[in-house]
Structure formats: C-alpha cells, structure tokens
Design a protein around this ligand. Structure first.
Ligand code: NAP
Length: 482
C-alpha cells in the first residue's frame, strides 16, 4: 500500500499514525494511507504558515504568477496519474476525474493571469492637491476546508485565488479523499512555492478540530461542505470576527416547459442529476415538468436512466460510479426508503445493483421518484446521490414558486424555447446560479460561483469575485500640496 506524506513548512512529513484511504468501488483493501496529524502538528503548520505569509505577501506578483503557472503545467503533465488517484479515492469515472484535473489547472492559469494585475481604483478627493486610491491586500493565513466530492477541484478553486492574492493557506481536505489535495500540494511545492505558504492537515477532525479552527492566526476560513458543519463554523468564527465563506448544500431544481426540446432536457439531466453519481452541490435533484408533457418527458427520462451503466470509475464503459463511502450509500438508501414510506413511488432504481461485480462497492442504482409532495423530506432535504424527483406543474409561475420552495438557493435551470419565459425565470428564481437550456452544474473557473440563502454566504468563489474574499481593502490619501 502506498503511504503519502503531508506538507508542513516546506517538508514532506509523517507522524507514525496513519489514516487509511479506501476505494469506494471495492472496499476490501485500502488503496493508500496518509498521516493522521495530532493537535501539535496542526499548530506547527500554522507557525509555518504565519512565517510563509510574511515571505509570500512580499513576493512580487509576477513571481507568484510564475509559481501558479508552473503548478498548472505540472498538473497537466501529471494528469493521468492524478486522475487515477481521484478515481481510486472518490469513485467518479476516469473521464470525470480527468476533467477535474484540467479544470484545476485552469484555476491556476486563470489566477496566475490576474495575479499580475493588482486590484485597486483611483478616486477623487474633495481636499485640494490630494490623490486617494484604494487597493486590495492579502488578509493573512486562510484555512480552506474541503469535502470529498471534488477532492482536487475544490482545493484548487480556493488555493489559486488565495495564493494569487498573496495569502498563506492551510488546507484541510476531507478524510475520505486526502490524496488529491496532497497531489495538488506536491505540484505547488515542485513549482517553487516557498516553505510554509501552504500546509496540509490530514487527520481525524474529532482529534484536531480545536487546533484546526481555533488558531488565533487564522484570518479567514473558506469552507465547502455540509450545512451542519458550515453553520457551526460560521457561528463560532463570527464571535472571533474571522471572515467566513461557506459553500454549502443545494436542492436544485430544473424546470421543463411544454415547448422545450425534451430530448435536450433529458440529456442535460443525465449529466446534472447522475454525473458524479449525483454528488455535486449543483446536481439537479428536483425536476418540475409542465403537466401537458409530463408523461412524455418522464418516459424519455426513464428510458435514458435505464441505459446508464453502473460500475467502477476506472472502467471505460461506466457512466455512473459508486458513492463515496458505505456510510454515504446507506444514508442515500435511507433517504429513498423514507420517501417511499411517506408516499413516493419508485419509477426507476431505488436500491443497490445486484451481482458480484458490485458486491464490494458503494453502489446505488440511479433513482427516479414520482408522486412526491412538498411536505416530504425528499422534496426539501439534500440527498447528495443519484436520486431525482419528478413533479408535474401548471405553467411557469407555479414552477418558479416550487423552485423557490427550499431553504437552499444554489442553482436552478429552465428548458424552454420562449425567450420571455427564460428572462422571467432568470429574474425570479432565488438562486445564485441560473441556467437556461443547459445544466445546473458545470460552471467555468471565471464564472462567479456560489449560492444564496442556506446554500452560501456573502462571498462568491471563482472569477474576479473570489478576490473580494481573499483580500482586504486599504484606502490611501496622499496630499501633495503645500
Ligand atoms: P462535511 O461533513 O461538512 O465535511 C466537509 C469538510 O469539513 C471535511 O474536510 C471534514 O473533515 C470537515 N469537517 C467536518 N467536521 C468539522 C469540524 N467540526 N471542524 C472543521 N472541519 C470539519 O461535508 P461532506 O459530507 O464532506 O460534503 C458534502 C456536502 O458538501 C454536501 O452538503 C454538499 O452539498 C456540500 N458541497 C457544497 C458545494 C458548494 O459549492 N456549495 C460543493 C461541494 C459540496 P473530515 O472529512 O475529516 O470529517
């Protein structure tokens, strides 16, 4: 079994205690192990990060950009090996993992480019002979906490802008998928990132959470994960006046109006609902179909879902890989069982696949549920798996009302040929990401990304918007008169 070391103060270190990493397609043998850090190891990483910040904030933006460009180049050069590890620890298909590596590299190229610009504006000053400007400067040591569903992309989405702006970062990848974060750290280290600017905390969060989130040197926390953890963090950080960015859950809806290209809508839903086995915060989990085409659309969707091939992510023929862990699979199955108990009808899937090929993996058959009411848990609560509900609606107004009938507000999509309906939808849907005739997922690195209400926080990720979180604004007035 492979043992990976973690990055602390520019050194690759172990502690003697290990955390096993399992392949969700076959749980029998761990695929690798990573160090299980203790509280003192975590504090040491913050010591290094504070020193690293002092170096990196004063490093020329052009040199910072060179490190980020070289990181992107190394990620592309190592793409196949990294993608294989993403598959091994997460279960997604090799094609999905390869896309993830390329997009992670895109993040570093994009922010390397804008690192050179600087961020500032010259403003008038009412005082004579006075020139005033404001500009962004780095905020300090940023803690980035990431989940298992995009184990390379989510760290890249956070690290690229944070480092471009001149911050130091402590990365805490999910314990189920630490390999990708370590491979990203390896690329940054090999690209010439100075010692301490990045440290990676691998380990059981129960043992280290106080050291991880309580360190007084943390200037900001960027978190992607569950609402339960994110909301707890937000509350505790608010008391300490530490800046918090949260990318949390979603219960995203796609609306299909009667005039839509139904085939195109079905194709988009296969990607948005079942891609990455439904384990995307932007996955469509509610489908609202105009009543006059409900039967026709549902038949098309069910035929397409039946053709999806389930299997290990490493096999070329696989369209839908396993869920990330046995615990998560059991949670998804429990959500389906609860929906059925509350009155939903299973139109497709609903359980685990049969046969020896799937016996040791965390599989759930792509599932479509009908007869779902707005009182049911399956309508409101995030499943984060290959499960969608379909519901008939009477027109756009009712569809919008149902899209917004959620505490979440991450993404929504509409399929229609009616331009006016598309504009009304974009205005009325109370979500941070709106798609028309395309998927709720799949946003590019330069598209500002983030949810409204319980899905997010005030700060968007991606694009130039991300720099608002990773910089603080200083205003400077120069008087040059007598
Ligand atoms: P999670 O349980 O909240 O874990 C996320 C991260 O938080 C992991 O690294 C985890 O570490 C860490 N963590 C857990 N408890 C912590 C604590 N007390 N203090 C500090 N860190 C702690 O979420 P998940 O189950 O991995 O991810 C699935 C969720 O992420 C879903 O709700 C999904 O919607 C959301 N998500 C949102 C977006 C978005 O952009 N909106 C994107 C992707 C995923 P351990 O692994 O060691 O427990």
């Amino acid at each position: 079994m492979r043992s990976l070391e973690t990055l602390s103060g520019g050194q690759w270190v172990t502690t003697g205690e290990w955390l096993p990493v399992h392949d969700p397609a076959d749980l029998r043998t761990p695929v690798a192990q990573v160090p299980a850090l203790g509280a003192a190891d975590v504090t040491r990483i913050y010591d290094h990060a504070a020193a690293g910040f002092d170096v990196w904030r004063r490093t020329s933006p052009f040199d910072r950009a060179r490190v980020l460009f070289e990181t992107a180049r190394l990620l592309r050069e190592r793409a196949d090996g990294i993608a294989a590890d993403v598959v091994a620890e997460n279960g997604k298909t090799f094609k999905e993992a390869s896309g993830e590596v390329q997009k992670a590299a895109d993040f570093f190229e994009y922010y390397a480019g804008i690192a050179r610009d600087g961020y500032g504006t010259l403003v008038h000053d009412a005082r004579p002979d006075t020139r005033t400007s404001f500009h962004g400067e780095p905020i300090g040591v940023v803690l980035a906490i990431t989940p298992w569903n995009d184990p390379l992309l989510t760290p890249a989405r956070k690290l690229a802008p944070a480092l471009a702006a001149g911050n130091a970062v402590v990365l805490k990848p999910a314990s189920e998928t630490p390999l990708s974060g370590l491979l990203l750290a390896r690329a940054l280290h090999d690209a010439g990132l100075p010692a301490g600017v990045l440290g990676v905390v691998t380990g059981r969060v129960g043992r280290i959470s106080d050291a991880l989130t309580g360190d007084p040197r943390i200037a900001a926390v960027t978190f992607t994960g569950s609402n339960a953890v994110g909301e707890g963090l937000r509350r505790s950080l608010a008391d300490r006046n530490v800046r918090f960015q949260g990318e949390l859950g979603g219960k995203n809806a796609t609306v299909v109006l009667a005039d839509a290209d139904l085939g195109k809508a079905v194709g988009a839903l296969l990607v948005a609902s079942f891609g990455q086995t439904g384990q995307r915060c932007t996955a469509t989990s509610r489908v609202l179909v105009e009543r006059s085409v409900y039967r026709e659309f549902t038949d098309l969707l069910l035929a397409a879902v039946a053709a999806l091939r389930i299997g290990p992510g490493g096999e070329d023929t696989t369209a839908v890989g396993p869920l990330s862990s046995s615990g998560h699979r059991d949670g998804v199955l429990a959500d389906i069982a609860r929906a059925v108990k509350e009155g939903a009808t299973v139109l497709a899937g609903g359980g685990v696949p049969e046969g020896e090929a799937h016996a040791h993996g965390c599989y759930v058959v792509p599932t479509v549920l009908g007869d779902v009411t707005r009182e049911m848990a399956i309508w409101r609560e995030e499943v984060f798996g290959p499960v969608v509900v379909v519901r008939p609606v009477d027109g756009l107004d009712e569809a919008v009302e149902e899209v917004n009938d959620s505490d979440y507000g991450l993404a929504a999509a509409l399929f229609t040929r009616d331009l006016a309906a598309a504009h009304r939808f974009a205005e009325a849907a109370d979500c941070g990401q709106i798609a028309v005739n395309t998927t709720t997922s799949g946003w590019d690195v330069h598209h500002p990304f983030g949810g409204f209400r319980d899905s997010g926080s005030a700060f968007k990720e991606q694009g130039g918007e991300a720099l608002r979180f990773y910089t603080r604004v200083k205003t400077v007035a120069f008087h040059f008169g007598p």
